[in-house]
Design a protein around this ligand. Structure first.
Ligand SMILES: *Cc1c(COP(=O)(O)O)cnc(C)c1O
Length: 407
């Protein structure tokens, strides 16, 4: 019942025509660069918003937030009609019913519609900072307080960033994040709260096989995209992950894959409750500590601006947002496209890395639920702007989009 299979939620670079450009950050020497080396000014992450637990995915964090809130059978949870399908199974796992509220044409919360859908059984509302652009949460927080419902702040696209002088993640009763969308790690999510101490949320290791698989996967990707010099990579592996890995290799057999890592790490929308009490890997936690949010934010903003300047005037497309707000750290560069299907196919055939967020929507959610969600689901194509993109790769992406948009 929790299973939901995506068709083509996102495409990885197929390398059919152009160079293989990573859709998401991959491990490189720079992944470990500390803040002081690059930027003096700090950047804030959701982990600065309150107490936190590092889990293996954002959806596990959603499930934990709903569990901590006591959401149960008979309750309803308000979910944006524009959503990642991975947000729904945790609601169903609680036995609760998702009720979809509308969004505006620029992916803001339709506050009037949200308020109208609050009923006697409503326990919580989820609000998403799409693509890293902060929602205006002050009025939503006020509405939740007035109506006695909880706010779950979905920072899956906003691991880094602040708004109104506060780190994102500090408005919600709970906030959730997906660190694997921002860092070169195979798994990673966070449950955050600045209102609760999270002492009921206890986690344990998912085992040596998991630790090894996570470390290996990041290193493998680093190699595959030519980011890692061979010998040094071995030194970068955290010691414990390395000994787990060697142990596994020595035993000379493969542990069945499904036990080793959650489906959330393989672009699936499934939710598996067996991962609820599992801690994020040592590799992910080490990388999180070693990486610089300031560097990531500065580079993502620079890459975003670069794409924006080069692409915003092209026929048949425009930037979803006219401006990148101060303090925001974009997940991707979302384009609103007039003929998305044709352009998507052409770009994909060329090997341009592209994300189609919220495509498809959860079964049964369509234009009658929310015309804007349907429109955004179909028309937004997003390009990567992550910190590990190289100049030549950005140039190539820009050239390819310019060419195909004018074709
Ligand atoms: C990806 C995503 C999630 C879930 O995060 P995972 O780490 O993939 O489980 C939640 N909300 C939104 C908006 C997302 O895009």
């Amino acid at each position: 019942m929790l299973a939901y299979s995506p068709s083509t939620a996102s495409s990885t670079a197929s390398a059919a025509a152009g160079p293989a450009i990573p859709l998401a950050p991959v491990l490189s020497a720079a992944s470990f660069r500390r803040a002081a080396e690059v930027h003096a000014s700090p950047a804030r992450t959701v982990l600065d918003a309150g107490a936190y637990r590092l889990v293996t995915s954002g959806r596990v964090a959603i499930a934990l937030a709903l569990r901590e809130l006591g959401v149960q059978a008979g309750d309803t949870v308000l979910v944006p009609a524009y959503h990642s399908p991975s947000m729904i199974p945790p609601v169903l796992w609680r036995g609760a019913t998702p009720v979809f509220y509308r969004v505006t044409a620029d992916a803001g919360v339709d506050l009037e519609d949200l308020a109208a859908r609050i009923g006697p059984d409503t326990r919580a509302v989820m609000v998403t900072h799409y693509f890293g652009f902060p929602q205006d949460l002050a009025p939503i927080r006020a509405l939740c307080d007035a109506r006695g419902i909880a706010l779950v702040e979905d920072c899956a696209h906003a691991f880094i960033g602040e708004h109104g002088g506060r780190p994102l993640g500090s408005w919600g009763d709970y906030a959730i994040a997906s660190s694997m969308k921002f860092l070169p790690i195979y798994e990673g999510g966070a449950l955050v709260s600045n209102r609760h101490d999270l002492k009921n949320v206890t986690l344990r290791s998912a085992g040596a096989g998991f630790e090894a698989k996570v470390a290996l996967n990041s290193v493998e990707k680093g190699f595959a995209y030519g980011r890692l010099p061979t010998l040094r990579a071995a030194l970068w592996l955290p010691l414990r992950a390395k000994s787990a890995l060697w142990g596994l290799l020595k035993r000379g057999r493969k542990v069945p894959a499904p036990a080793l890592a959650p489906a959330s790490s393989d672009s699936s929308f499934d939710f598996d409750p067996r991962w609820l009490d599992k801690r994020s890997s040592l590799f992910s936690r080490t990388l999180l500590k070693a990486s610089s949010p300031a560097r990531i934010q500065a580079l993502r903003r620079r890459n975003y601006q670069r794409l924006d300047e080069a692409l915003r005037g092209l026929p048949g497309l425009r930037a979803l947002h006219p401006q990148l707000p101060d303090g925001a750290c974009p997940w991707v560069y979302p384009l609103l496209v007039d003929e998305p299907e044709a352009l998507f196919q052409r770009l994909k055939a060329r090997g341009v890395p592209l994300t189609r967020f919220a495509y498809p929507l959860w079964q049964g959610v369509d234009d009658t639920t929310c015309p804007n969600a349907g429109m955004l689901s179909r028309r937004v194509l997003a390009l990567p702007c992550h910190q590990e993109l190289r100049e030549d790769e950005l140039d190539w992406i820009i050239a390819a989009v310019r060419k195909e948009a004018s074709a």
